[in-house]
Write a protein that binds this ligand. Structure first.
Ligand code: CP
Ligand code: NVA
Length: 329
């Protein structure tokens, strides 16, 4: 699982619904003082999941380790100073060796090519835990959060029933946005992106996002602008992420200047004409410059359920790719 592009609308829908139903079932079992349901407990017995992380992580690391543990497997965390990768050994050698000893690699590396190369040479499933281009586990959790927040909408086999909703992304066009946009296109959700000049979606990525519409009966539209108010008009969900992703720290000053005026606030949402019941999402970690406290900690914010849903997204992905060998049942 390198990107949401790898999934058909039906597969993506199923993963999100599985994440949601595991959440309900595990919470009910734990509430009753019982073990996780049989479908999960023991599902990874005797299996090791290698977690290769060259960058910091709170949610992805904790959710993956907790998910493997819930399924009775062994999460093996390999940080950047733990293994030879990138310093003393090639990706090819690392991939062949680690996949010969484990049942899955969950990898947070740098350039997308690195995780793609790991996958190309691995004999076990590889799950992208964030690359320069994509963050599929985040997108599964994000759609689970949207699905749970719009309960009146009924999923079908090929979609979550969210058609006609509008997401407004205000901020940097980055890895989290790209997979979210692919998910939106596949689910019939319109996505409007407002980024400053020079920080919009690169041409090659726009092609990938547009290609996600192929074969989708009612794909979501991608709208691009430099004006936050235009993106926000009639939006149901406002989303942003940091203006300075990991690895871009040297550009901080330049970026903070370029993004002035893009902070999500209640005033901006009102000025832009968001829907009356608009909600707010953010993958976290959050910095106050991209969204103020009133919105982030306010009643419209879904950020903490969204973060918790990372656990259920990890459970659903491990079940599909490791337990069921890529069949999303
Ligand atoms: N949202 C997310 O991936 O957070 P971490 O970087 O803490 O894993
Ligand atoms: N865009 C951010 C996401 C972190 C989860 C980054 O790449 O650092």
């Amino acid at each position: 699982l390198l990107s949401i592009s790898d999934l058909s609308p039906a597969e993506f829908t199923k993963l999100v619904l599985n994440a949601s139903s595991h959440k309900t079932a595990v919470k009910a079992a734990f509430g009753a003082g019982e073990q996780p349901p049989k479908s999960l407990h023991g599902a990874l017995t005797g299996k090791t999941v290698a977690m290769m992380f060259n960058k910091r992580s709170t949610r992805t690391r904790v959710s993956t380790e907790a998910a493997v543990q819930l399924m009775s497997g062994h999460p093996m965390f390999l940080g950047k100073d733990d293994i030879q990768l990138g310093v003393n050994e090639s990706l090819y050698d690392t991939s062949v060796v680690i996949s010969s000893m484990t049942s899955c690699m969950v990898a947070r590396v740098g350039a997308h090519k690195e995780v793609a190369d790991l996958a190309a040479h691995s004999s076990v499933p590889v799950i992208n835990a964030l690359s320069s281009d994509y963050h599929p586990l985040q997108t599964i959790a994000d759609f689970q959060t949207i699905h749970e927040s719009f309960p009146a909408r009924t999923p079908s086999d090929a979609s979550l029933g969210l058609e006609g909703l509008k997401v407004a992304w205000v901020g940097d066009s980055n890895n989290v946005l790209f997979d979210l946009a692919i998910g939106c296109v596949k689910m019939g959700v319109d996505i409007a992106v407002a980024s400053p000049q020079g920080y919009g979606i690169p041409d090659a990525m726009r092609k990938v996002i547009v290609a996600a519409a192929e074969g989708v009966a009612k794909p979501g539209k991608l709208i691009e602008t430099t004006v936050p108010e235009q993106a926000i008009k009639d939006a149901d969900i406002l989303v942003t992420d940091t203006w300075v992703s990991m690895g871009q720290e040297v550009e901080s000053q330049k970026r903070l200047k370029a993004f002035a005026g893009y902070q999500i606030t209640n005033e901006l949402a009102k000025r832009g004409g968001a829907k009356p019941d608009w909600k707010f999402m953010h993958c976290l970690p959050r910095h106050p410059e991209e969204v103020d406290d009133d919105v982030f900690y306010g009643p419209r914010s879904l950020v903490f359920p969204e973060a918790e849903n990372r656990l259920w997204a990890a459970v659903a992905a491990l079940e599909a790719f490791v337990v069921n060998k890529g069949k999303i049942l």
